[in-house]
Design a protein around this ligand. Structure first.
Ligand code: BGC
Length: 348
C-alpha cells in the first residue's frame, strides 16, 4: 500500500496529505491531494542511480506562495475543467452563452481562477494488479468557475511494476459541459539546470497554429520543414531559437484510436527515457518558457527558463469555439474517459 504523510497545512489551516507510491525497483511517485499534484518522481538513470525528474516543492508553502500564485506554472498539477485556453473566456453551448474568468490576458487558462489544481481532492490509496494506486475524486459544482453542470471527476494514478506512471481520468456530468483534463508535470530527466539537451520525438505531422495570445486560428499546419517537426528525434535546444518564446504549442497526433504513441524523450547524459502514450488526440509541448528564476524548488534548485518541459496530453485548445476540432463537450449520461501513460526507462 502507498504510504501517507502530512504535507503541512494550507494557508486556511486544512491538512493536506502526501501519498507515496513505490514499486519493487525503488521507483517512487509522491502525490498530494492538493490539486492532485505530483511533487516528486524518482526514476533510475543508466547507472541505476535514482533521481527526481519533476519540478516542484518539498511542502505546501511552495505551492501557495504569492510568487508561485503570480507565476502560475501549475507544477505537476491536475488541470481542469478545461486544460489550456478558451478564447476570451467565452463559449456558447446549446444556444446559451457562458462566461469564464479571464486569467491569462483576455483568455481563460487551465480551468480559471481556482482550477482543479487548487482544490482538495478526496484521496484513497490502494493497489491493483498493475501496482500501487492513488484514487482521487472531486465534485466540481454546477457553475464553478462559470462552467455548467455538476461534474464528478475521478483520477487514478498507478505506479506500475514496469516503471510507468499511468493516469486514468473519468468524469460524468448532469448538464452538457466542456471537459479537457490533463496533468501538468514539468520533467527534467537530466542533472542539468535546463532541458535543452533532451531529445524529443513526436509522431505528429501537424500542429495547431496560434495567434499572439496562444489561441488556435483553426489551421492545422504541416510541421514538415519547420522547427516543429519532431517526427524524427531532435534535441529541444536545436531549433528552439527559431520559435519566438520557445515551444508552447499543441501537436496533432497522427494516431487517434485507443492508446497511441504521443512522444518519446531521451536524455543522453543520464540515459533516461520517457515514452508517452495516450488516448487523447493532442499534446501540448511546453518548454518552461515563462520560468524566470524567481521560483526556488526542491533541493534549493532555482527554476530558470527551460528548467523543465511539459507534455500535456489533451484535446486541442479552445475546442468549444472551434467546431472543426474534436469534440470536448460531455453530455449527461456519457462517461468521459482518458488515459495517459508516462513510461520510464534507460538506454545505455
Ligand atoms: C501553457 C503555457 C503556460 C503554462 C503554465 C502551459 O500549458 O501552454 O502557455 O504558461 O501552461 O501556465
Amino acid at each position: 500500500m502507498p504510504t501517507a504523510s502530512s504535507f503541512v497545512t494550507t494557508t486556511d489551516g486544512t491538512e493536506v496529505q502526501l501519498f507515496t507510491l513505490t514499486n519493487a525497483h525503488g521507483v517512487q511517485v509522491s502525490i498530494t491531494n492538493y490539486g492532485g499534484t505530483i511533487t516528486r518522481l524518482l526514476v533510475p538513470d543508466k547507472a541505476g542511480q535514482l533521481g527526481d525528474v519533476v519540478l516542484g516543492f518539498d511542502n505546501m508553502r511552495g505551492y501557495q506562495s504569492p510568487e508561485y500564485r503570480k507565476a502560475g506554472p501549475y507544477f505537476g498539477a491536475l488541470i481542469g475543467r478545461y486544460a489550456n485556453r478558451i478564447a476570451q473566456g467565452k463559449f456558447t453551448l446549446d444556444g446559451k452563452a457562458y462566461t469564464l474568468a479571464q486569467n491569462n490576458g483576455a483568455n481563460t487558462l487551465h480551468g480559471g481562477q481556482q482550477g482543479f489544481d487548487k482544490v482538495l481532492w478526496q484521496a484513497q490509496p490502494g493497489s491493483s494488479t498493475e501496482g500501487q494506486t492513488l484514487t482521487l475524486k472531486y465534485r466540481s459544482p454546477d457553475g464553478e468557475e462559470g462552467y455548467p453542470g455538476n461534474l464528478d471527476v475521478t483520477v487514478v494514478y498507478t505506479l506500475t511494476k514496469d516503471d510507468a506512471l499511468q493516469i486514468d481520468y473519468t468524469a460524468t456530468t448532469d448538464k452538457a459541459t466542456p471537459v479537457n483534463l490533463t496533468n501538468h508535470a514539468y520533467f527534467n530527466l537530466s542533472n542539468d539546470p535546463d532541458i535543452l539537451g533532451h531529445v524529443v520525438t513526436m509522431p505528429a505531422d501537424r500542429y495547431t497554429v496560434v495567434d499572439a495570445g496562444l489561441i488556435p486560428t483553426g489551421e492545422l499546419r504541416p510541421v514538415k520543414g519547420t522547427p516543429f517537426d519532431f517526427t524524427a528525434p531532435h534535441a529541444i535546444g536545436e531549433r528552439i531559437s527559431q520559435v519566438p518564446g520557445g515551444y508552447d504549442h499543441n501537436w496533432v497526433l497522427n494516431e487517434t484510436q485507443g492508446l497511441h504513441a504521443a512522444a518519446q524523450v531521451y536524455e543522453p547524459t543520464t540515459g533516461r527515457t520517457m515514452e508517452v502514450r495516450t488516448t487523447e488526440p493532442g499534446i501540448q509541448f511546453y518548454t518552461g518558457n515563462f520560468l524566470d528564476g524567481t521560483l526556488k524548488g526542491k533541493e534549493g534548485k532555482v527554476y530558470g527558463q527551460h528548467a523543465g518541459f511539459c507534455l500535456e496530453t489533451q484535446h486541442f485548445p479552445d475546442s468549444p469555439n472551434q467546431p472543426a476540432f474534436p469534440n470536448t463537450i460531455l453530455q449527461p449520461g456519457e462517461i468521459f474517459k482518458s488515459t495517459t501513460i508516462y513510461q520510464f526507462g534507460v538506454r545505455s
